[in-house]
Design a protein around this ligand. Structure first.
Ligand SMILES: [Zn+2]
Length: 277
């Protein structure tokens, strides 16, 4: 196996077209594997709300990292029952979809302007079909979404969006306060945002160290090569500092034990909802 640094060096040497072809082949193989697995493991135990199939098992996903175990980080790291074998939905994507359906007005008939950052694939498909939504999806990487966007500099006016979905993004951004301020700025009064991050209840204070820039070191300290921190109990306060009125929901309280069990959601995951009053 190549180390992270060796992989980065290899990337610089190999032409971009070869890398694209490699990723295309990987995707085809992954889809074929998922289809075969889906066929083999179709059953009545667990349910995916996106593809609406029942399965005996889901598939593992995420990386194993000592620091994730040490701080008991929720919503990150290796999960043995994460991916739907049919459509590839992740546990946190299913949680988000169920929360949006059952606990928000997103799917009501009222027209809304929605900004979805680093869009989850299956949720994006669902939202694109909602005719009452003026739906915009955006990503820092060019070509990864409809619009390229750096959320520390959002090129939209104040009070523009009714709803913002920004999940598992802020842990990648060094200046997360600026990103939070920008998200708050473009949100309309009475608008709301879902702001999920990997979260460590064990940490009283968010762990970050901007002197750590090497991808391998970041993986050791923050659990993933491109993460710059692990959020702790002060995460809601950081959102409040940017202006948000924050409500926190527990997955089981919000959706019920049955939904959490049936859809293999992360029972300990909290949902962070930020409102602009
Ligand atoms: Zn599915």
């Amino acid at each position: 196996m190549l180390s992270r640094t060796q992989k980065e060096n290899l990337k610089r040497l190999v032409p971009k077209v070869a890398i694209s072809f490699y990723h295309f082949c990987r995707l085809i193989l992954k889809r074929a594997y998922q289809q075969a697995y889906s066929f083999a493991y179709r059953g009545s135990g667990y349910y995916c709300p996106f593809c609406q199939y029942y399965h005996q098992h889901f598939l593992p996903d995420g990386m194993k990292a000592k620091v994730i175990e040490k701080y008991q980080v929720i919503g990150g790291g290796y999960r043995p029952n994460c991916l739907c074998p049919k459509c590839g939905s992740k546990d946190r994507e299913r949680l988000l979809y169920q929360f949006l359906q059952r606990k928000t007005n997103l799917f009501s008939d009222t027209p809304k302007r929605v900004l979805h950052i680093a869009p989850e694939k299956n949720l994006k498909k669902v939202l694109q079909k909602q005719l009452q939504l003026n739906y915009l999806n955006a990503d820092l990487a060019a070509g990864a979404a409809d619009v390229q966007m750096d959320i520390t500099q959002i090129a939209y006016p104040d009070n523009y969006f009714d709803v913002i979905l920004c999940n598992h993004v802020l842990e990648h951004i060094p200046n997360d306060q600026k990103a939070m301020q920008e998200l708050y700025r473009v949100l309309k009064p009475h608008g709301w945002a879902i702001l999920q991050v990997p979260f460590a209840e064990k940490l009283a204070k968010t762990y970050e160290d901007f002197s750590i820039t090497d991808p391998a070191e970041r993986e050791t300290h923050f659990g993933q090569f491109d993460h710059v921190r692990i959020y702790g109990q002060d995460y809601p306060q950081r959102l409040q500092n940017a202006g948000f009125n924050v409500s926190t929901y527990n997955a089981i309280d919000a959706l019920g034990q049955d939904v959490v069990n049936k859809q293999l959601l992360i029972a300990e995951e909290k949902i962070f909802l930020g409102k602009k009053e």
